[in-house]
Write a protein that binds this ligand. Structure first.
Ligand SMILES: [Zn+2]
Length: 309
């Protein structure tokens, strides 16, 4: 079965302003990497807009209304020091969340084995009532909720290998024993959450902080000894990946030392978990990654493994 690629031109029109690391060129770099011959078998689909009802499974209605009221007609508006919106941001956020919902529908519907969503803004810092850390809607949490509400899946797991802790996904999942969230991340680092004692209502949260300057050895040990066994115990029916690539050696925002081969490796581990429990079903969605060359090459390594699955 094939791998789907969801993206949309609107995701390029979310502009957080000059000198912001989460810039449209990130997506252009990824699209360039995925246009090469090695990826000609990717099945490309345009991301639909998420519907309000899909977003409302995770986010407070008052927050959604407030967010759209902040979108400026021109120029920029700051939601916090890091999270800046422009006239195109509302449409981009709808397409980003819609991509993950559509990918969930297609993968559970048997149209493809797995899917990668090349979208921005990212989502894993967005809490149910709160934008932060470049994130507006929590795309992966909205996708997990779609899998349960529309397709009747009982257990959905999100694995997050972005260098930052996904506080928003943790907040959305922590009281819900049928959703599992596992994160490897640098600590200490923004946003400051993600310590091992944050376990969720039913041990359904697994945080594995990594010290600054950790590299392949520490990352792979964390995945092998903690993340994979916890996923095997939870036995998800769908695996969603918060695919951030800012733990790369070249990334300017953090101090972990992963390389492309680590992203291929972790994708193989997660594909094996999905094979054991979830009929191989994976939906992966872009989070961070701020060095354009490292980002493009790491996404290529990740998607290459998805296509092999
Ligand atoms: Zn990040």
């Amino acid at each position: 079965m094939s791998t789907l690629l969801y993206t949309h031109a609107a995701c390029l029109a979310h502009d957080p302003g000059p000198h912001h690391p989460e810039r449209p060129d990130r997506l252009r770099a990824i699209q360039g990497a995925l246009e090469t011959e090695a990826f000609q078998l990717l099945e490309r689909r345009e991301a639909p807009r998420a519907e309000k009802a899909q977003i409302a499974r995770v986010h407070d209605a008052a927050y959604v209304d407030w967010l759209f009221a902040q979108i400026p007609e021109e120029g920029f508006a700051g939601l916090d020091a890091d999270t800046i919106v422009s006239p195109g941001s509302g449409e981009a956020a709808l397409r980003a969340a819609g991509a993950v919902c559509a990918a969930v529908d297609a993968v559970i519907g048997g149209e493809a084995q797995n899917a990668f969503c090349a979208v921005r803004p990212p989502g894993h810092h967005a809490e149910p009532g709160h934008a932060m850390g470049f994130c507006l809607f929590n795309n992966v949490a909205i996708g997990a909720a779609q899998a349960r509400a529309v397709h009747g899946l009982k257990r959905v797991a999100v694995v997050d290998f972005d260098v930052h802790h996904g506080n928003g996904t943790q907040a959305a999942f922590t009281a819900d024993p049928d959703f599992f969230y596992a994160s490897t991340h640098q600590w200490p680092l923004y946003p400051g959450t993600g310590q091992p004692f944050e376990r969720g209502v039913a041990n359904n949260i697994l945080n594995v902080p990594l010290a600054p300057f950790s590299g392949s050895t520490e990352f792979r040990a964390a995945v092998e000894r903690q993340v994979v066994p916890a996923l095997d115990a939870f036995a998800p029916e769908l695996l969603i990946i918060s695919a951030g690539f800012d733990a790369h050696l070249r990334d300017p925002l953090a101090s972990l030392n992963l390389v492309e081969a680590d992203y291929a490796w972790v994708t193989r581990q997660l594909a094996a978990v999905a094979e054991r429990h979830a009929k191989g079903r994976i939906v992966s969605s872009l989070e961070g990654g701020y060095d354009l060359r490292a980002l493009a090459n790491s996404v290529a390594a990740h998607v290459d493994v998805l296509m092999a699955g």
